[in-house]
Write a protein that binds this ligand. Structure first.
Ligand SMILES: Cc1cc2nc3c(=O)[nH]c(=O)nc-3n(C[C@H](O)[C@H](O)[C@H](O)COP(=O)(O)OP(=O)(O)OC[C@H]3O[C@@H](n4cnc5c(N)ncnc54)[C@H](O)[C@@H]3O)c2cc1C
Length: 870
């Protein structure tokens, strides 16, 4: 322990924590010429690597990558001995770093920060250390780590045990000699899995108590990977740059092989290669879709279970060790050295706590529901109150005295995982809402430290003293974090990412899963936009550019990037025939949509010739009658056909349980206005007249359409109302064209860059209708008489030029007394909601559409009643 230093009363910055984050933060703040004080409860530097001294403790990111990269000279001065270094070696490294840069003089050890209060008068933080020493500082940085607050064992009688008790996260510095002892290990997360093989070597009997079987793959430890060393040696800067702009913080080519479509040989080959490589990011990248598609995930999961069964000789133990009930990767997978093999040893036994829960810990052992066990030592490998735990434990109170604990009662709320509104000048390194534990932490730590240092430098140069995010920016970021998680399987698990390991902790997915690269880009963009979403104040005045940095759904953004990279010609530059061919070619490569009971093609007699239709019947008894939905595809009256919206029709049919009849109407420019609208009306009349033959319940007919298809769907409703029939129970209008006025704000905001552009809309109108006709209600239904129209569901997408006319139509319908459900497709474009199987975030919107459809109809009548009514 250092001698207690004469604590200056006031410094520029206080940093809590002297692990990877705190050490580098100190280094960077000093470079800015700031006075800094670092506090750590630990007796030395190292953080995680100071505390976690259990046998087998190692990193699980290769050490070539799990190290600082800010100083090339440091990299030259240190050589790692293994692919995955041990805890003592990593601790030595951090001590070496502290000494090399003379950091210790500003660090006080064995000093716990117990509270921090923002003083609005002084514009400073008042920090309390230990039992009462106070400090004041302008900037308060929590480098307190994501996995630094051990979870206390919530087991009855835990303090009663008379033998030795060990916590993997607080292992004695002098080590623990377990030779010849009867040892219990409780917990099979990362620390348990790393320590169990080594504890088994000493113990005379080892009993492992497992609540959840975890996925683990062999680390194949040894010398550092020759391939990585070669890349680093050849081009260090390039390698580090690639790491910074990778998804996980390690240079790696993401695969585009889909588990669901790959052949068996490819699947096996990719899995075996990842198993042999022994790297977490490798096994998480066997297939591009394994984190989002349950079927793909299960292929990898089952191959791992196969491996476990092949290693563990006792089938019952193998079964207990085979993870079930959570998708692979939704809890942090482990890297091990001989973990599963350990269970083949005669003195090692596994107890499944789901079958045989612990009743209590006794003076000399553990009582389960079925058995009493005697032990000399109990090792708790029970994990951490992750991410938020150390932050709220340090009792931080912001501007209005509100504690972080209170603010985060329903889950963490941050801007970028770096700051939180109401807590000026308070920074969190790798806080919730940043990639943190889903990444190679050293890369994420350096990025955060660099960002904070850059921010403080900019503030000083521009004369600002305080910085704080706005609530708008923060809630936008929280939403983005959740949107990114929601398209993956990760929130489905009871993981510590979700806070599920701590009783009473709110279930919120805490880390940012959008990738280190996407995250870095967001942080850079925020700075590039004048610190978007931050309020800065100082003697020179206030500055606040309020806004949300990422409003688009992450998978929609990916689709846009993908399309941009393809460099396709803009549709409006092509003749209609070529545009149709291009659309058909792209449609051929997309996922087919869900299976339905039956799909049949037919023809409807239209006003001037037959109109092809495709009927989708939901799964279920073929004789059962269902509500009927007549659907019209999108494509600006020019493009599209029965195939173009096929996945969407399947999805609508499957979700709503209705029979969907998709009608191919005449297209422009061959058949101009009002051909498509007249065809739509004819199709609706025909469907109504032939409901029973189509499997529909007579009188239960709705219309639906997307884009221009929604235009003719609602025109058909207006015509039916005018003609006194048929009766239409409801209309679903997905991103409809309802007006020819292209001056609304949404055209200005979204007219370029989101697939449907202003130029393309103009091209569509020019092909469809003469300018003189465009204000006619059969072209611009918003301008028609809206009284007496059926209940309506309108979907308006944020990034659609047509957004505002959809909203205007909803308002106008409401004003005319029509019941309206306006569904906002948050973060979507004109096309993305319809991209079934590609854009996962569209699914909740389509679920709402299906719900609206169901609500149009009274509950289904029994078949006989319907027949009789007819
Ligand atoms: C066993 C284990 C293995 C890991 N392996 C990897 C890996 O391979 N790759 C990877 O990327 N990540 C790994 N991690 C995550 C690891 O925590 C980070 O990589 C990294 O070490 C975090 O550094 P840090 O400085 O942010 O936090 P920490 O290293 O956790 O340091 C935080 C420090 O803050 C101190 N502190 C907290 N609260 C207070 C307070 N109120 N007052 C005073 N001091 C306080 C703590 O004592 C601690 O020393 C592992 C974690 C564990 C537990």
């Amino acid at each position: 322990m250092n001698e207690p230093s004469s604590v200056p009363e006031q410094v520029d910055a206080v940093v809590v924590g002297a692990g990877f984050s705190g050490l580098y933060m100190l280094y960077r703040l000093r470079q800015l010429g700031m006075s800094v004080k670092v506090f750590d409860s630990a007796g030395d530097v190292g953080g995680t690597w100071y505390w976690n001294r259990y046998p087998g403790a190692r990193c699980d990111v290769p050490t070539t990558d799990y190290a600082y990269s800010f100083d090339p000279e440091l990299e030259k001065a240190w050589t790692w001995s293994e692919k995955y270094a041990t805890q003592p070696e990593i601790l030595d490294y951090l001590r070496f770093v502290a000494d090399r840069y003379g950091l210790r003089s500003d660090i006080e050890f064995s000093a716990t920060v117990t509270s921090a209060r923002w003083d609005e008068q002084e514009k400073r933080w008042r920090i309390t250390i230990g039992c009462g020493t106070e400090m004041r500082c302008r900037y308060y940085v929590m480098a307190t780590g994501c996995l630094s607050l051990p979870k206390s064992p919530d087991i009855e009688g835990a303090d009663r045990f008379a033998g030795q008790v060990y916590f993997t996260s607080r292992w004695p510095h002098e080590g623990a000699d377990l030779t010849g002892q009867r040892v219990a290990v409780i917990g099979t997360g990362s620390s348990g899995i790393q320590s169990i093989p080594l504890i088994a070597r000493q113990a005379s009997q080892l009993t492992v108590f497992q609540r959840t079987a975890n996925f683990s793959i062999p680390a194949h430890n040894g010398p550092a990977s020759a391939d990585r060393l070669k890349q680093l040696g050849g081009d260090r800067d390039g390698y580090r740059h690639a790491a910074r702009w990778s998804r996980g913080g390690i240079p790696m080519e993401p695969t585009d092989v889909l588990g669901v479509t790959a052949g068996e040989a490819v699947r096996r080959e990719r899995f075996e290669a990842a198993w042999e490589l022994g790297e977490l990011f490798g096994i998480l990248n066997v297939f591009a879709d394994q984190a989002v598609d349950p079927a793909s995930n299960d292929i990898v999961a089952e191959m791992i279970r196969e491996k476990i069964r092949s290693i563990v000789k006792d089938p019952e133990t193998a079964e207990m060790l085979s993870p079930k009930g959570h998708y692979f990767g939704t809890k942090r997978p482990c890297l091990d050295t001989g973990y599963f093999e350990t269970y083949n040893l005669p003195h090692v036994r596994l107890v499944d706590l789901r079958k045989q829960p612990i009743v209590s810990i006794t003076e000399d052992g553990i009582e389960t529901a079925d058995e009493s066990f005697g032990f000399d030592a109990i090792v708790y490998a029970t994990g951490f109150d992750a991410m938020t735990g150390p932050l709220v434990a340090a009792d931080v109170a912001g501007r209005d005295g509100l504690s972080l604990k209170e603010k985060w009662a329903a889950g963490p709320s941050t801007y970028l995982g770096l700051m939180t509104a109401g807590y000026p000048n308070f920074f969190m390194l790798t806080g919730p809402g940043s990639p943190s534990v889903l990444s190679n932490m050293t890369v994420s730590i350096e990025q955060h430290v660099d960002w904070v240092a850059g921010c403080l430098k900019d503030m000083r140069e521009e004369g600002f003293e305080t910085i704080e995010p706005t609530t708008l920016a923060e809630s936008g970021w929280n939403q983005h974090v959740q949107d990114c998680a929601a398209i993956t399987l990760l929130p489905t698990a009871n993981s510590w990412y979700m806070g599920a390991n701590v009783p009473g902790k709110p279930r919120v997915f805490m880390p940012y899963i959008g990738g280190v690269n996407a995250y870095r880009q967001a942080c850079d963009d925020i700075v590039g936009q004048g610190y978007l979403g931050f309020r800065m104040t100082g003697p020179g005045g206030d500055r606040c550019r309020d806004g949300v940095i990422r409003r688009m759904q992450p998978d929609v953004a990916m689709v846009l990037e993908f399309l941009a990279a393809m460099g396709l010609p803009p549709m409006e530059t092509l003749p209609p025939a070529d545009a149709r061919a291009l659309m058909a070619a792209t449609a051929a490569t997309r996922p087919p949509g869900p299976k339905v009971g039956e799909v049949t093609d037919g023809a409807i007699p239209g006003p001037s010739g037959d109109l092809p239709y495709r009927l989708y019947r939901p799964a279920g008894p073929p004789e059962g009658l269902r509500p009927l939905v007549v659907y019209f595809h999108g494509g600006g009256w020019v493009l599209g056909n029965l195939d173009s919206d096929d996945p969407l029709c399947r999805d609508l049919c499957e979700r709503s349980g209705a029979v969907v009849v998709s009608v191919n109407y005449r297209h422009a420019p061959e058949a101009r206005f009002p051909a498509a609208a007249l065809d739509a009306f004819a199709a609706v009349q025909w469907a109504d007249a032939n409901a029973l033959e189509l499997g529909g319940i007579p009188g239960q007919l709705a219309v639906a359409g997307w884009s221009a298809g929604a235009n003719i769907a609602t025109v058909a409703c207006q015509l039916a109302r005018g003609a006194g029939g048929p009766h239409i129970s409801g209309q679903v209008l997905i991103c409809p064209v309802v007006d020819s006025d292209m001056t609304r704000l949404s055209y200005e905001e979204n007219g370029d860059g989101y697939i449907l552009t202003t130029a393309l809309m103009r091209w569509f109108w020019d092909h469809y209708a003469d300018p003189a006709d465009r204000s006619e209600p059969r072209a611009a239904p918003l301008r028609g008489d809206l009284h007496g129209l059926p209940p309506t569901c309108i979907v308006a997408a944020d990034f659609d030029p047509l957004r505002d006319e959809g909203v205007a139509y909803a308002r106008a319908l409401e004003a005319a007394g029509v019941p309206v459900r306006l569904t906002r497709a948050r973060g979507h474009t004109h096309t993305s909601v319809t991209m079934v199987g590609t854009v996962i975030s569209g699914a909740p919107v389509r679920a709402e559409i299906a719900e609206a459809l169901k609500n149009f109809f009274p509950s289904a009548e029994p078949l006989e009643h319907a027949r009789q009514r007819r």
